[in-house]
Ligand binder design. Structure first.
Ligand SMILES: C[S@@+](CC[C@H](N)C(=O)[O-])C[C@H]1O[C@@H](n2cnc3c(N)ncnc32)[C@H](O)[C@@H]1O
Length: 279
């Protein structure tokens, strides 16, 4: 048996050939629109009678899996293990509602925020409050810089409003966000990197801006945010500036003190800190 792991953020589910697979396992994502789209993609990719096993933590969509699969016309065998709900179905000959669920989860323009986006991307249909605060305190940068974990490009658009910015690298690991940001950030000074911040080869930058992630796979991961701090330090030239927003409880200060010459808290509001550090 050939096994191919696919993540919506790294591979295009729509590239799976329809009706070609015998078995699909889905670790279902927590967002309901994305989850129904992923389940629909999985059913579309299965041959009739093929097996779908979908699981999710009880409190992160697991309780809804059964109903969602039944809405596609599936008969569901459900069990629980290690706080996961596990649903197993055989693909019916004519599942219902797949196209609609896939369309709901597809890339779209979100009027409310004026951005191209897609369900499943970080804060896909609203501006994150941490990013909103950072936008208020963003200095007018100059020279070459990077936006680490650039998402839809919200911060990048504001950074590029400064005419003295020569080049801005948007680094982002989620393919869907990179594709959306290409549409959101039309500025010719923008460079798009579908890459992991921890290994992208950027150097000698004048500035770095970031709203670092602190979740991986839905679980708090402080090391990931700390790795963003270390990566920013690696990418900056001497005296380069790093401006970031952090949830107040995130322990970034120690890493910043080690890697940077000075550190100033520009704002401390509503549970977030805006920190400026100089290398
Ligand atoms: C808190 S969000 C900020 C997004 C955007 N800058 C904003 O302000 O809305 C963090 C982003 O980092 C991305 N990310 C997580 N781990 C990453 C990694 N190792 N390398 C690059 N990007 C990563 C996530 O996909 C997410 O888009």
């Amino acid at each position: 048996m050939q096994v191919s792991p696919l993540r919506p953020g790294s591979a295009a589910l729509e590239s799976l050939p329809a009706g070609g697979l015998d078995t699909v396992f889905v670790a279902a994502p927590p967002g309901s629109i994305e989850r129904r789209a992923v389940l629909a993609h999985a059913l579309r990719a299965l041959r009739p009678g093929g097996t779908l096993v979908a699981l999710a933590p009880k409190d992160k969509g697991g309780q809804r899996l059964r109903g969602e699969l039944e809405a596609f016309g599936c008969t569901v065998a459900e069990r629980s293990k290690a706080r996961q709900r596990i649903c197993e179905v055989r693909r019916p000959d004519a599942p219902t509602g797949l196209e609609a669920a896939i369309a709901d989860g597809a890339p779209t323009f979100v009027e409310e925020i004026g951005l191209h986006s897609q369900p499943g991307v970080f804060s896909w249909n609203r501006i994150d409050p941490g990013s909103a605060l950072l936008l208020r305190y963003l200095p007018a940068f100059a020279g070459r810089g990077a936006d680490l974990g650039a998402g839809l490009g919200i911060l990048a658009r504001a950074v590029l409003a400064a005419p003295a910015v020569e080049e801005l690298s948007l680094v982002e690991i989620d393919r869907r966000a990179v594709e959306a940001s290409r549409k959101n950030v039309g500025d010719p000074r923008a460079r798009f990197h579908w890459a992991d911040v921890r290994s992208v080869p950027l150097a000698d930058l004048d500035f770095v801006v970031s709203n670092p992630p602190f979740h991986a796979e839905g679980i708090e991961d402080r090391a990931l945010g700390q790795a963003f701090v270390a990566s920013a330090a690696r990418m900056l030239r001497r005296s380069g500036t790093f401006v970031l927003v952090a949830n107040r409880h995130m322990p970034y200060e120690d890493g910043l003190r080690v890697a940077f010459r000075s550190m100033t808290v520009l704002a401390d509001e509503a549970g977030y800190k805006i920190i400026e550090a100089r290398k």
